[in-house]
Design a binder for this molecule. Structure first.
Ligand code: ADP
Ligand code: MG
Ligand code: MG
Length: 899
């Protein structure tokens, strides 16, 4: 029976015990106990076999940092009491020379940060207790192997004596004795190694390896707390948005041993396949091994199930075959955990002489594809409801599913094959270090990070790379797990690669691949391919359609797309876009066929010349709109009249000027003169947007005519009534819109008269300047809709040019001055405030005014949630983001309902 180790005041509990079918903590207490501690407690309460132990809370971690790395006074007593309980349950005593209790000291924060912080195993061994371990286990070799592991980990993690020293001693010893594998070393070999290890520690530190087991314990606890602040943990937190002040808990747990011979093992497993989502037990184990051996990539682990073994084509036995009874027990545990947590679990276990022990469970990281399948399957298994499924998916992760994969018909020069560790494919230049990956990719160059194996130090480089390729390690190696979490394609364990990092090259067979050479990595097949391979559109599964159906049923916001080319509009329509929210007509001017006519129009110094050129452009614009209206058949299409400053269309170089002069038959001097006339110091704030319509009304007249005639023509041809919405950009002053609205209305009624029809066309404006937002009630007199152009609105509210912001916004985010780049995720407080003002004032004048957003933010899940909360009618985003926005819009509604 567990007794609470806290005597009087319950709120001062710093330590929570678990074991023997009971626990003081629970899964709900992850803030205080960390994810690992909370779930160890929960598993213990579920009566699963968990070695007994206790958790020191994250509050103690915070106190430790606040108090100059001193522990709170009461901690020592609480830890001793808890340790006493563990001793009672295990029947061994900490530091006892005949029957010693050994413990692990494990980190564990609120959300899992795999491999980022430190863990010490086999703690409690010294020159006396080792004899007790030898005698009580009856296995000398095991005992000395455990002791040398302990010295190695403890020295590295707590004493700061690098692990490399010990690796070097071991390698030299193996060399001298002609050993290849660690398993060939005998008990007396390990004894010799231990002597050498201890000498090394003394030489490095000037004092001997700590023999007092309590010194060992407190040293390890401090090191685990301290590891919260190591560089890799900090990087991980920055990349994943985890607050610095959470801190880690420390779990102290009785050791169980997977390295006690052939009936012992250690392994990691997922209750479903984390790559595909298939409902199959999936994982790896190693016989006669301990702790990190499985993920370290030193020995290649074996699969859990027979099926997986057969598929891999190895004859080294699966756990199902080698340990059938324990395997069955493990399967039962999997089922208990999945039903209990109602989610796919990632599990760590150890088998000690045929007895199964559970060491960890958490919700498993998975690919987007697996997440989708698992969510849908769990709905049909009645574990969760459709709305739970929607809330579980990360809209951002859909990106992985929607993007193109390698063209299956393209020729592939496959140079090596490894494990398909994380799906998707990418091409890029080879780099060999994480720092290189980061520096080379700064300008947008695509890189592939190639490593023998990755370690937590590499995460910044993995993030910067398009894909990761390793020479060693299994499906649950560090590289594989982290890549799947980040959505990066990864091929691991490509054994044929000989990586020579010093020479900046790797060799496969006779081929040398140097730094900067382009390769393609296909994480779905495990192939490594020379050169770049073209890609094709993904085929979306029935699961995807089902999720989208549920999302559509839940959401209030409509989702449109920002697109103008027929190909993009088609993609967006296929992804479920309910209209075009922004058709940027200038993109239609760049077409090689028409750019010279556009230039002729711009270069004309008189209105007549411009009109003549515009007459040539009219039929081309009309054709564009006909195509769009046909694809969007009856869905609204918002068309923005010409927006950019005219000189953007003119050639920039002397060569270009000569070309234009030749084609147009104009004097090059005139081209040059007109170009310099149009030159602006600050084009973003220059002669653009509706200002063009004011000075060159004939341009907007031509565009309006093209739109209106296209409507008439599509209806005549197909019977479909198109729904164009004509949008005037960059309005700041109500009068601007009043004038231009009249211009548009005039053209519409002209065409109506000519064709003898009556059309229903909305006229509105973008709200992208602070003045427009403030003047919304006046502007709304002339606008049937507002579309928030949050790109320009963010630029003008912050006074930051988006194109120049990369120079410093990174520092702003790193220093915490801004939580996020406001061009990526909408700034709720400043830009958002203006949006709210504009909505309120716009509705005051025109209660049924249509409201949408057409900035890049329309595809950012957090911004979509904001748009829902302020009551917009729709968001509009780039074609590939349409499904992301559909899901995000549904989640916004569901989260509101949850509260
Ligand atoms: P991480 O958070 O990096 O996964 P863990 O605390 O889970 O670190 O420890 C890593 C591994 O060490 C575990 O997967 C397990 O194999 C081993 N380990 C930890 N505690 C024990 C224990 N009490 N007995 C046996 N092995 C343990
Ligand atoms: Mg680990
Ligand atoms: Mg672990």
């Amino acid at each position: 029976m567990l007794e609470s180790v806290v005597q009087d005041d319950v709120t001062s509990a710093m330590v929570y015990c678990f074991g023997a079918g009971q626990a003081e903590g629970s899964a709900a207490m992850r803030e205080l106990l960390g994810g690992k501690g909370a779930n160890l407690a929960e598993m213990s309460s579920l009566d699963l076999p968990v070695p007994p132990g206790f958790t020191i809370t994250t509050d103690v971690c915070a106190a430790f940092f606040d108090n100059n790395h001193q522990y709170p006074n009461e901690l020592q007593d609480q830890v001793c009491a808890a340790l006493g309980q563990v001793e009672g349950l295990v029947g061994r005593q900490f530091g006892n020379p005949t029957n010693p209790l050994l413990v692990s000291v494990r980190s564990g924060s609120r959300t899992s940060m795999p491999g980022m912080m430190d863990t010490v195993l086999n703690l409690g061994l010294n020159d006396e207790t080792i004899e007790g371990l030898v005698n009580s286990s009856g296995d000398e070799r095991f005992a000395y192997d455990s002791y040398r592991r302990f010295i190695q980990i403890y020295s590295d993690v707590v004493l700061g004596v690098s692990h490399d020293f010990f690796e070097a001693i071991l390698a030299e010893f193996k060399d001298e004795n002609d050993y290849v594998l660690d398993t060939e070393l005998t008990a007396s070999d390990w004894r010799e190694i231990i002597v050498a290890y201890k000498q090394r520690v003394e030489a490095e530190l000037g004092h001997s390896f700590p023999q007092d087991v309590f010194d060992q314990l407190w040293g390890a606890v401090g090191a685990v707390f301290g590891s919260w602040k190591n560089t890799r943990a900090k990087t991980y937190r920055r990349l994943h948005g985890i607050p610095e002040d959470w801190g880690t808990a420390v779990n102290i747990q009785a050791m169980v041993f997977g390295n006690m011979g052939e009936a012992s093992a250690t392994g990691v497993a997922f209750t479903r396949n984390p790559s595909t989502g298939n409902k199959e037990f999936y994982g790896e184990y190693l016989i006669n091994a301990q702790g990190e051996d499985v993920v370290a990539g030193i020995r290649t682990p074996q699969p859990l199930t027979k099926e997986a073994r057969v598929e891999m084509g190895t004859d080294r036995p699966s756990m199902e075959e080698a340990m059938p009874i324990v395997f069955k027990e493990l399967v039962e545990v999997f089922n208990v955990l999945e039903t209990h947590y109602r989610d796919m679990q990632d599990i760590e276990f150890t088998v000690e002489k045929g007895k199964l022990w559970m060491l960890q469970t958490r919700s498993g990281k998975r690919t987007a594809k697996a997440a989708l399948k698992i969510a849908v399957d769990m709905v049909s298994e009645k574990l969760i409801a459709p709305n739970d499924a929607l809330l579980r998916l990360d809209p951002e992760a859909f990106d992985q599913l929607l993007h193109p994969s390698l063209d299956p018909t393209a020729e592939r020069n496959v140079i090596a094959k490894g494990l398909p560790a994380s799906p998707g494919a990418a091409s890029g230049q080879v780099v060999f270090t994480a720092d290189e990956a980061e520096s080379v990719s700064v300008d947008g160059t695509k890189v592939i990070l190639v490593r023998t194996e990755t370690s937590p130090e590499d995460i910044h480089g993995m993030h910067a790379a398009q894909a990761i390729l390793t020479g060693r390690g299994g499906m649950t190696s560090h590289a594989a797990v982290v890549a799947r979490g980040m959505g990066r394609p990864c091929v691991s364990g490509a054994g044929a690669l000989h990586i020579n990092q010093e020479k900046n090259l790797f060799t496969v067979g006779k081929v040398d691949i140097k730094k900067g050479d382009v390769i393609t990595v296909d994480g779905t097949t495990g192939e490594v391919i020379l050169g770049e391979i073209p890609t094709v559109q993904p085929e979306l599964s029935g699961d995807f359609a089902l999720i989208m159906e549920w999302a559509d049923a839940a959401r209030c916001l409509k989702v449109r797309t920002n697109a103008e080319t027929p190909a993009d509009v088609k993609v967006a329509r296929d992804f479920g876009a309910e209209g075009v929210g922004l058709c940027r007509t200038e993109h239609m001017f760049f077409d090689t066929e028409r750019i010279s006519t556009v230039r002729e129009m711009i270069l004309a110094e008189e209105q007549e010349g411009r009109i003549a050129a515009l007459e040539k452009i009219l039929p081309m614009q009309r054709r564009d709109f006909i195509e769009l209206f046909e694809i969007m058949s009856g869905f609204p299409v918002t068309i923005r009249l010409l927006d950019p400053p005219l000189h953007e269309f003119l050639p920039k170089t002397e060569e270009g000027i000569a070309d234009v002069a030749r084609i147009s038959g104009m004097d090059p001097d005139r081209v040059r003169r007109r170009s310099s006339q149009l030159y602006e110091f600050n084009p973003m704030l220059g002669h653009r947007g509706c200002r063009l319509g004011i000075t060159y009304p004939e341009i907007y007249e031509m565009q309006t005519r093209a739109i209106v005639e296209a409507v008439v023509e599509v209806e005549a041809r197909t019977g479909v009534k198109s729904k164009p919405e004509i949008m005037v950009p960059l309005v700041a002053i109500e009068k601007e819109l009043e004038v231009l609205r009249q211009l548009v209305l005039n053209v519409i009624s002209h065409v109506e008269e000519e064709r003898g029809c009556k059309l229903d066309i909305l006229i509105g404006t973008m709200i992208e300047l602070p003045r427009a937002a403030l003047q919304a009630s006046n502007i709304a007199q002339y606008a049937e809709f507002f579309s928030f152009g949050t790109n320009d609105l963010t630029q003008t509210v912050f006074g930051i040019s988006r194109d120049d912001s990369t120079q410093f916004l990174g520092d702003y985010v790193r220093q915490g001055i801004l939580a996020e780049d406001p061009f990526v995720s909408l700034d709720h407080t400043g830009v958002g405030e203006l949006i709210k003002i504009a909505i309120e004032r716009g509705r005051r004048t025109r209660p049924n005014i249509k409201l949408g957003i057409c900035g890049e933010h329309g595809g950012d899940p957090k911004s979509v949630e904001f748009c829902h909360s302020v009551g917009l009618d729709y968001v509009s985003c780039s074609p590939y983001r349409v499904p992301i926005a559909r899901l995000a819009a549904a989640q916004a509604v569901l989260r509101e309902q949850v509260g």
